[in-house]
Design a protein. Structure first.
Length: 370
């Protein structure tokens, strides 16, 4: 990110004068013995929305806009479906897929939610995506970013505001840029243990009310837990400052017992609809998704399994060797490479034109590329 995520194009002197007023409010509250700065936000919803609108074009410049209208519309459709079950919010939400290979999803104040194409490639079902979108929606509706900005800037807002308001205040521009850079990094990396657990709970609850199986949260956590161990990188919710993955999985299991009764149906929904996973439907939407770094020409392709074949047998059919079975298992969140696949089951593969072992695509796929 740039040194100042949300100040690009904004009048810095005017913005910092407003921060001076905010800083005075925080410091005054602390001096009068009120709740500590981390317990509340001094940033209004209108200011949150303004920050988000300033940040949005900068995020698109840094990460890129993924120019696939069908994928963008699909993510927005699922996001809006979960949003309908969320707590009330003054914001108009916008869901955007950014053109970046990193595995991440994040939100900025004011209702702006982002998924990278990298995380879309890691997800294996619509219900997994729904729980992630619910998690990020919860960060916005719970004002986690505003609270974190208050926590980070509380004592320093006053100093920065006075520096700009005083003669020669421009000399402090470098200090302000360094501070704003740290804040932007915190927004993208998450909001700490308590906020992540709160967003897990809300995301699962809202996605369940929207009709999705909440087990998607656990299956995604397990997949990323393995991926993170292998690569050392991943979704912001798995950073060192956040809850341990095992703790979150345990908490998610408890939530599932509450949300999902044994008969596979759930309350508080007209008609008690069955819970949805939509694994094959999700993967069909991914066919042709750009994969990896720009210029590598890699694509996600969707293969239909032959009934009864294992991942090892599929790997041998596609690459001429069973050695790629582990790659298939990891990409598709399958734990047992010897488990027979169902006839017609959809699986993701990565087409790489420069692979030493060329992928043999079915004829109908080799002729078409979305």
């Amino acid at each position: 990110m740039n040194a100042c995520l949300w100040c690009s194009g904004m009048n810095r002197r005017g913005f910092l004068r407003s921060l001076l007023l905010l800083g005075g409010g925080v410091m005054g509250g602390l001096l009068r013995g009120r709740a500590p700065a981390w317990a509340f936000s001094v940033i209004s919803p209108a200011q949150e929305e303004a920050i988000g609108k300033q940040a949005h074009p900068e995020i698109l410049r840094q990460f890129g806009y993924y120019s696939d209208a069908a994928v963008q519309a699909y993510v927005t459709q699922v996001g809006q479906r979960v949003l309908q079950e969320a707590e009330s919010s003054p914001f108009t939400f916008q869901f955007t897929v950014v053109d970046h290979p990193m595995v991440n999803a994040f939100a900025v104040p004011g209702g702006f939610v982002y998924l990278t194409r990298g995380i879309l490639a890691e997800l294996n079902s619509e219900n997994e995506m729904a729980t992630i979108l619910g998690h990020e929606i919860a960060h916005v509706t719970s004002h986690h970013s505003a609270q974190q900005m208050t926590r980070a800037l509380g004592a320093q807002i006053l100093t920065l505001g006075l520096a700009v308001a005083s003669p020669g205040g421009r000399e402090h521009a470098a200090g302000w840029l360094a501070l704003s850079s740290e804040i932007s990094n915190q927004i993208l990396l998450g909001y700490g243990r308590a906020a992540e657990l709160e967003s897990d709970e809300k995301g699962m609850r809202w996605s369940t009310k929207a009709g999705y199986d909440p087990r998607g949260m656990i299956s995604f956590m397990r997949t990323l837990q393995i991926t993170n161990r292998l690569s050392g990188m991943g979704y912001h919710a798995f950073r060192a400052t956040h809850p341990e993955t095992l703790e979150r999985i345990d908490r998610a299991r408890v939530m599932i017992e509450i949300l999902d009764p044994p008969d596979g149906r759930f309350p508080d929904t007209p008609g008690e609809r069955s819970l949805s996973v939509k694994a094959d439907e999700y993967k069909d939407r991914l066919d042709g998704l750009v994969y990896g770094a720009p210029g590598e020409q890699k694509r996600v392709r969707i293969i239909t399994a032959h009934g009864g074949e294992s991942l090892k047998e599929m790997a041998k059919r596609l690459w001429g060797t069973e050695n790629r079975a582990w790659d298939l298992a990891l990409l598709n969140g399958i734990r047992d490479q010897d488990l027979p696949l169902q006839a017609g089951q959809k699986l993701k593969v990565i087409y790489d034109p420069y692979d030493d072992l060329p992928l043999t695509l079915p004829k109908d796929l080799s002729r078409t590329l979305p």
